[in-house]
Design a protein around this ligand. Structure first.
Ligand code: SF4
Ligand code: SF4
Length: 149
């Protein structure tokens, strides 16, 4: 059985308060060690989904109609979700700051969800994110260490 599958099996066996505590501790340590502003790999390589509310909000900020915003920046993926036409994200600036940070899509806000109370049920999500996000890799490594104690 792959090591990550074993890890998630062990996490699922933890009672909720303990699970939340170990996940939060790993998340906090990982983001103390890794600075998103020197990484930005998520913004460079994958796209958030833009829901209708995101599109209306950001289009208004850009002084565009929602349809014009879609034409300018977005395409639909195979699930029918709106994603950016290009990568890196067109709102990522040279210094790795997000040009629309305060009004960024909902998807961007919680990413990579390594502090989620549902962490143990998100094996596929976190395993996939480990290809993109060094903080996720670090969280998983810290949890593996913790669960060996
Ligand atoms: S909208 Fe901002 S936070 Fe979201 S992917 Fe683009 S640059 Fe990154
Ligand atoms: S890929 Fe992970 S570590 Fe890198 S900027 Fe995104 S959330 Fe931060």
């Amino acid at each position: 059985m792959p090591a990550l599958t074993r890890l998630f099996q062990k996490l699922k066996q933890l009672k909720s308060p303990k699970l939340i505590a170990v996940v939060e501790a790993a998340h906090t340590q990982a983001f103390e060690e890794i600075d998103c502003m020197t990484c930005a790999n998520c913004c460079k390589t994958i796209s958030p989904r833009f829901n209708a509310t995101d599109i209306d909000r950001i289009a208004k900020y850009e002084r565009l109609k929602s349809s014009e915003f879609i034409d300018k920046y977005l395409t639909q993926d195979q699930d029918g979700d709106f994603v950016t036409t290009v990568r890196p994200c067109p709102f990522l600036q040279e210094d790795n700051a997000c040009r629309i940070y305060d009004i960024r899509p909902k998807d961007c806000r919680g990413y990579p969800h390594t502090d989620s109370p549902n962490f143990a049920a998100m094996e596929r999500y976190h395993t996939k994110n480990a290809d993109v996000c060094p903080a996720t890799v670090r969280v998983l490594a810290l949890l593996q260490l913790e669960m060996r104690k």
